[in-house]
Design a protein around this ligand. Structure first.
Ligand SMILES: [Zn+2]
Length: 211
């Protein structure tokens, strides 16, 4: 499996580009910005985008979705509980002093227990609310990899002081949905360096007393 991680935009959101070597299909997760660079990576690997997945509707994760969809024709998938946040994209843009990017329709819902496929690999949707109500993580068992959005970071967790955030709920999501994954599973957070489930259990100060 091809996997490239590209930090995009002002807030350096980690955009993941997964590609299946056989079918040359791709899943792009969180195309927040820098769509030209994402398209260049896709072209370099001769990949065709099958699905665009949004872990949550913050502008740094979803801002480039409309542009990537226009360029590739791929459907955009997101949890419906973040629709309201997406509808307020221009408000989010004003927080950052940015021009509001184009918006697109969400083509399909990503709900807990859903699975997307890429070649033989399954991308399982875990609903992990707390950072936002519609936050999801993606667990890819065959790669032993978790795409954590802004739910879990190396040494930290997602902020819960923005609209839709809930500090207790994010800890419950991490405890019930993420910490049961294998200790050696790679965690790709929405920002910053990769980590593992085991490392965060041992070192993340926000998880003390949680399990
Ligand atoms: Zn966020």
């Amino acid at each position: 499996m091809i996997h490239e991680i590209l930090p995009v935009g002002l807030l350096q959101c980690n955009c993941s580009i997964f590609g299946d070597e056989q079918s040359r299909e791709a899943i792009v997760i969180d195309p927040g910005d820098n769509i030209e660079d994402i398209l260049a990576i896709l072209a370099k690997h001769s990949l065709r985008v099958k699905t665009i997945v949004i872990t949550h509707a913050h502008i740094d994760h979803i801002g480039g979705a409309a542009k990537l969809k226009a360029a590739t024709g791929a459907p955009v998938v997101m949890n419906t509980l973040d629709q309201e946040l997406y509808d307020d994209l221009d408000v989010q843009a004003s927080w950052l002093g940015m021009e509001p990017p184009a918006r697109t329709a969400i083509d399909a819902a990503a709900s807990d227990g859903d699975a997307l496929t890429l070649g033989p690999a399954e991308f399982r949707v875990l609903h992990t609310p707390g950072h936002t109500q519609g936050s999801i993580s993606l667990w890819i068992p065959s790669e032993n990899k978790l795409i954590a959005g802004d739910t879990l970071f190396r040494d930290s967790i997602g902020r819960t002081d923005l609209p839709g955030g809930d500090g207790r709920q994010i800890l419950r999501s991490i405890r019930d949905q993420l910490l049961p994954l294998p200790e050696n599973a790679t965690v790709v957070p929405g920002h910053g360096p990769n980590t593992t489930i085991g490392r965060e259990k041992e070192h993340n100060p926000f998880l003390i007393g949680l399990f």
